[in-house]
Design a protein around this ligand. Structure first.
Ligand code: SAH
Length: 399
């Protein structure tokens, strides 16, 4: 069994922890010298020596551990992890029973009771993301208990805890049998090729499922669609299947060309009938303005931070300008899908960026749809940072 250490919490942090906030701030602990090894179970007490919560010690950029229990006498053992895994699986019954969707999140960190850990399901293959050395010390228990409650063909992992909190590149296969790659999963009936053992990203971002579906079902028909930061072209494929007149996918990464072509191909669409462009998005915007290209729908889903040869993009600083570039090449009455996964600003700030961008372009707009994380990405009300996804469908009005 793990050793447990008693930690005292500064009064300024006690209230939020008592109210259910799950992240343990580095600054919150009075006697930090009491702990050293990640994975240590820590019991948090207020200055009057009253128990607050129980957690584990694990360094992530956000903090130094997560609360995982509110009971002083709870033992963090196999039974504990088994209960958490079981509950998470039970709560995704609807997804397991849906044959048209075979890729979704099974365990979403603090939303399912254990921060620093996520588990995704890809048609009986499970992908575990470990976000600290601390949570990784529980690997054996977590995998053993997951295996008891889930039908698993194979397990892969991503260790996302090198010094900069980044992915450690190694063989990610952990257990079971390996599928032949690409592993083709389904999302609302659409095929998707995923590669579970090719670096940090697997080919699809599962949190955009509802957005992709809506684009296909209600927005794409007859429209020309520009998909920027397109990665493997997921939005483009859904748009094409929804009857888009034409899709144009733009991404800087060389691999995006073959990966996007593959996604079209496995859905019976000739990739040659679509535009797939390997280029810096900001260069493409300039090109489009020069050539007077306009689109009926422009999708913006940039990373929170990216550096290319010529440009550095930081969502919190540059999203407004990105929107202005998009507004300039959107047709009258066209749609801009503005998305961000940046957790350093909230939805109202995001809407301010949108408002300012349109004002500075002297254009009017109307918000048509708004999305946050889907149900399988369970979040806690008290932990707003965990609810990072913001997607807004905006109509550019004809004035
Ligand atoms: N929208 C995608 C996910 C985007 S991931 C989806 O729905 O699946 C971020 C992508 O942005 C990466 O593929 C990366 O190569 C690309 N990228 C980052 N900076 C870029 C830039 N300046 N121009 C074009 N693509 C960029």
């Amino acid at each position: 069994m793990k050793t447990e250490v008693k930690l005292r919490i500064k009064s300024a942090f006690v209230k939020q922890l008592k109210e259910g906030y799950p992240l343990i701030d580095k600054e919150a602990i009075i006697n930090r010298e009491a702990i050293s090894a990640e994975g240590t179970i820590i019991n948090l007490y207020d200055e009057k020596n009253h128990f607050i919560a129980k957690g584990y010690y694990g360094i992530q950029n956000k903090g130094c551990g997560w609360v995982i229990s509110r009971k002083e006498d709870e033992i963090i053992d196999n039974f504990f992890f088994g209960q958490k895994m079981n509950l998470a699986i039970q709560q995704r019954k609807k997804f397991f029973n849906d044959e048209t969707t075979t890729a979704f999140r099974v365990f979403n960190g603090e939303g399912d009771g254990i921060g620093g850990l996520t588990i995704d399901y890809f048609d009986d293959y499970y992908l575990i993301n470990w976000y600290s050395v601390g949570i990784y010390t529980f690997k054996e228990q977590i995998i053993t208990e997951l295996q008891k409650v889930a039908h698993i063909k194979g397990i892969y992992q991503k260790k996302r805890f090198d010094e900069a909190g980044k992915y450690i590149d190694e063989d990610d296969f952990v257990w079971g049998t390996e599928p032949e790659f690409p592993l083709v999963v389904k999302e609302n009936g659409v095929n998707f090729a995923v590669y579970l053992n090719e670096g940090a990203m697997v080919g699809i971002f599962l949190d955009q499922r509802e957005v992709r579906k809506l684009i296909r079902d209600q927005y794409a028909s007859g429209r020309t669609v520009l998909n920027t930061f397109s990665y493997t072209g997921a939005f483009s494929v859904f748009a094409a299947l929804g009857g888009a007149a034409q899709t144009t996918s733009v991404d800087l990464a060389n691999r995006s060309l073959s990966k996007t072509a593959e996604q079209f191909h496995i859905n019976g669409i000739d990739a040659k009938s679509q535009n797939i462009i390997v280029e810096d998005v900001f260069k493409y915007f300039k090109y489009a303005v020069k050539k007077e290209l306009k689109f009926d729908m422009v999708i913006l889903d940039p990373p929170s931070f990216a550096r290319s040869k010529k440009f550095t993009f930081s969502a919190s600083k540059d999203y407004k300008n990105l929107l202005k570039e998009a507004i300039a090449i959107t047709e009258k009455e066209g749609i801009i899908v503005a998305s961000t996964n940046c957790s350093s600003f909230n939805k109202s700030k995001f809407k301010e960026f949108i408002d300012t961008a349109f004002k500075e372009m002297h254009k009017k707009y109307q918000i048509l749809e708004e999305f946050a994380l889907p149900e399988d990405f369970k979040t806690l009300k008290v932990f707003k940072e965990g609810d990072y996804l913001k997607v807004v469908f905006i109509k550019k009005l004809d004035t």
